[in-house]
Design a binder for this molecule. Structure first.
Ligand code: JET
Length: 247
């Protein structure tokens, strides 16, 4: 999978060099490219923001650097300025083509199901917004060149998309075949079956007066599976009843 990230803070993505995803990059499974949005500006101050039309607080990200950055990562030739000809209408995004993702509190909520779907893509592009957001026309333009999704990590506001993109790349990357050593560890975990994970224990059997549930040490695999399933249901009902079918 190829991943392009467009950001005004490329340093945020240094962590992609380490751990599981760092190994996947060394192994050639993941090709991650981080692009500085300011490299697509042309003024002395490398300006990426301006005041909002219509007034209001804060600043809005200007469309021009975003257009050039998207053209570069989507390998679209820079638009030809030609007043004598009418541009061809924008092509519909190709199925199986690149997917451009903008983290946004106004987006659809990111889920394990979305991570699994996106883990099958050949090419993902992440655009990191800052300030009060990106000029709306950038999303329209991107949508004429690729499939575009505004995606939210949850109902809270971040200062920019960078941390959200790190979270999404970690969730997506570990689902790519070959990235995780033991694919079985993916099957049993939280959310893949719609329930929260059961509690885990390791040695010692007693620690600071706290015991491991005896059933886990008894070797009865049917009883262990039943205990774990009950623990999943109990935990999900207590913490995340919204994940359970209506009673
Ligand atoms: C976020 C993601 O805050 C989140 O995303 C980052 C962010 C912050 C500020 C502006 C911005 O612009 C994107 C945009 O969307 C229409 O213009 C993005 C919170 N939950 N998940």
């Amino acid at each position: 999978m190829r991943i392009d990230i467009v950001t005004i803070f490329p340093e945020y993505f240094g962590a992609l060099d380490v751990s599981l995803l760092g190994r996947a990059r060394e192994d050639g499974i993941l090709d991650v490219n981080v692009h500085d949005l300011r490299a697509f500006t042309h003024d002395r101050h490398r300006t990426v923001d301006d005041k909002p039309y219509g007034g209001g607080a804060g600043m809005v990200m200007k469309p021009e650097p975003w257009g050039e950055a998207l053209d570069a990562v989507l390998e679209v030739d820079a638009p030809v300025v030609d007043v004598l000809t009418v541009d061809a209408p924008p092509a519909e995004p190709v199925e199986g083509g690149p997917i451009v993702i903008f983290p946004s509190p106004a987006g659809e909520v990111f889920t394990q199901a979305m991570a699994r779907e996106l883990s099958g893509a050949e090419h993902l592009v992440f655009g990191c917004g800052r300030y009060e957001g990106i000029d709306q026309r950038v999303f329209e333009y991107a949508g004429s060149r690729a499939s575009v999704r505004l995606v939210s990590l949850g109902d809270y506001v971040l200062n920019g998309g960078e941390v959200a993109v790190m979270a999404m790349i970690e969730a997506i990357g570990r689902l790519i075949p070959g990235v995780i050593g033991n694919p079985e560890s993916l099957v049993e975990e939280s959310h893949e079956d719609g329930l929260l994970e059961y509690p885990s224990y390791t040695k010692p059997a007693e620690w600071r007066g706290l015991a491991v549930p005896p059933v886990l040490m008894g070797g009865n695999h049917g009883a262990i599976a039943a205990w774990r399933h009950a623990a999943q249901l109990e935990r999900t009902r207590r913490v995340r009843p919204d994940l359970l079918p209506p009673a």
